[in-house]
Ligand binder design. Structure first.
Ligand SMILES: Cc1cc2nc3c(=O)[nH]c(=O)nc-3n(C[C@H](O)[C@H](O)[C@H](O)COP(=O)(O)O)c2cc1C
Length: 193
């Protein structure tokens, strides 16, 4: 069964990201075409990137990197739940992404973002990053405005129409995650040869 990780891209005390990610996970649970799991960056405390070798070399030295790599390797695709910080994604999510390489390759990714303009600028930056990591970023993304989808900028109250956008994103994500399975198998075989 295709296995999708839902990554919470904020570790800030009082973060809105947790409410959003739990909403994503709640709808994901109702699907039968994939299994889903929340991945909280708080559970994987990574310092500023401290691996001596570039991640593409796959020579991880630190236990925190190995633990993070093992978790990400479990998945066939991802939903990145990202805030918008200074017209981009959060530093903590970018740092966590930068730690790894092969574990992201040939997997699909969909985005759920939030911010003043729905976090759209964060998602556009993440799409550039996804390309370098050989990830297939699906077209549909969920953009949640802080002005309309959050009461007092802190209580998540999504509009009904967001659910159908989320569902379309899931459809695209599960389809591409499974379609890329042969490439991942080939990659694994090459690594083991
Ligand atoms: C450091 C920082 C920078 C921010 N920059 C932007 C921004 O450029 N555009 C925007 O729409 N919102 C911006 N915001 C507002 C966040 O999108 C909003 O606070 C959101 O709830 C942050 O996600 P979090 O609560 O999960 O950490 C910023 C917030 C922080 C903390």
């Amino acid at each position: 069964m295709t296995h999708i990780g839902i990554i919470i891209g904020s570790t800030r005390p009082g973060r809105n990201g947790e409410q959003v990610a739990k909403w994503v996970a709640g709808h994901a649970e109702q699907r039968t075409d994939a299994t889903f799991e929340l991945v909280d960056l708080k559970d994987f405390p990574l310092p500023h990137l401290d691996e001596p070798m570039p991640p593409a070399m796959g020579q991880y030295q630190h236990d925190h990197t190995k633990a993070w790599a093992a978790k990400i390797a479990e998945f066939d695709g991802f939903v990145m739940v990202t805030p918008e910080y200074n017209h981009s994604t959060s530093g903590v999510l970018k740092n966590a992404i930068d730690y790894l390489f092969a574990e992201w390759n040939n997997k699909a990714v969909g985005f759920v973002s939030y911010g003043g303009v729905g976090g759209a600028r964060a998602v556009e930056h993440l799409r550039l990053v996804a390309g370098e990591l050989k990830m297939a970023d699906v077209r549909t993304s969920v953009s949640l405005s802080m002005f309309t989808e959050f009461k007092n900028f802190s209580e998540f109250q999504p509009s009904d129409f967001q659910v159908s956008t989320l569902s379309t994103m899931f459809d695209e994500l599960v389809a591409w995650s499974s379609a890329l399975a042969p490439l991942r198998d080939r990659q694994l075989a090459a690594q083991q040869a």
